[in-house]
Write a protein that binds this ligand. Structure first.
Ligand SMILES: [Zn+2]
Length: 253
């Protein structure tokens, strides 16, 4: 396999922020981090556009508990094999997906844009995070976002996640494409498609709300070594859990 590397002129171009298009006219987004002066509790002070991070009422991530059983639509993943590009955007490792991969929920269709990782998982279940999470970010024709979260725990595995995690671009702004690397997207997901559902937001600035969240209840296993390789680059890129403010979490039956 041949590796090719490139440095993006704007490390944010391919991040979740740009999925919303919020900074299209603004150039580079203001600097934020997970800790310290520009850390999670200061995001709203960094830029007026980040106001939702402090004052939003439906913020993500959340601690999932007391879910109500409900008849929720089946998640239909029309995912195939793709050759992705792997980006180190300074906040996470993000895997950009070529067009044509879809998630259908009832009669609504969303296209997969990218997936990325957080260590530990941002979502808590009964107060506890998982070792890692992959967020699959989808967008519909109107630009609305739907994120599917696959919780990741250490275990015996040989999924596409290991392939990605063995090709991590080491520097912020670096993009890696691997000739001959084909990723079986459906193979990244757990076999069971039961999920928790709730309304939420982006978990990074600008923390925009109106995001449809679905967290798969069955975790996927990834080798401890692969998890460590992500943790070496980003040891703690998880926003703390946010108040529910009366939101209801539902679980499919
Ligand atoms: Zn995320």
């Amino acid at each position: 396999m041949k590796l090719s590397r490139s440095l993006a002129s704007c490390s944010f171009v391919l991040s979740a922020l740009c999925v919303t298009g919020s900074f299209a006219a603004q150039g580079a987004a203001p600097h934020w981090e997970y800790r310290g002066q520009h850390g999670t509790t200061h995001w709203a002070e960094i830029d007026p556009a980040y106001e939702s991070c402090a004052h939003g009422r439906a913020q993500s991530p959340i601690d999932i508990r007391n879910a109500q059983a409900a008849q929720l639509p089946t998640l239909e993943f029309a995912y195939g094999r793709v050759t992705p590009s792997i980006v180190n955007n300074g906040h996470t490792i993000q895997v950009n997906i070529p067009r044509g991969q879809f998630l259908r929920i009832g009669d609504h269709s969303y296209e997969l844009v990218q997936f990325h990782f957080h260590t530990p998982s941002e979502e808590h279940v009964q107060g506890k995070p998982s070792a890692m999470v992959a967020h699959f970010v989808h967008r519909d024709a109107e630009g609305k976002l739907a994120v599917v979260a696959a919780l990741i725990q250490p275990g015996k595995a040989a999924t596409g996640f290991e392939t990605v995690l063995s090709h991590l671009p080491q520097h912020a702004g670096e993009t890696l494409t691997v000739d001959g690397l084909e990723l079986d997207l459906a193979g990244l997901l757990p076999a069971e498609r039961r999920y928790w559902e709730f309304e939420g937001s982006l978990t990074t600035p600008p923390c925009s709300e109106g995001v449809r969240w679905m967290v798969l209840t069955q975790p996927v296993k990834v080798s401890a070594e692969a998890i460590r390789s992500m943790r070496r680059l980003y040891p703690a890129n998880a926003r703390p859990v946010q108040p529910l403010n009366g939101r209801v979490v539902r679980i499919s039956q």
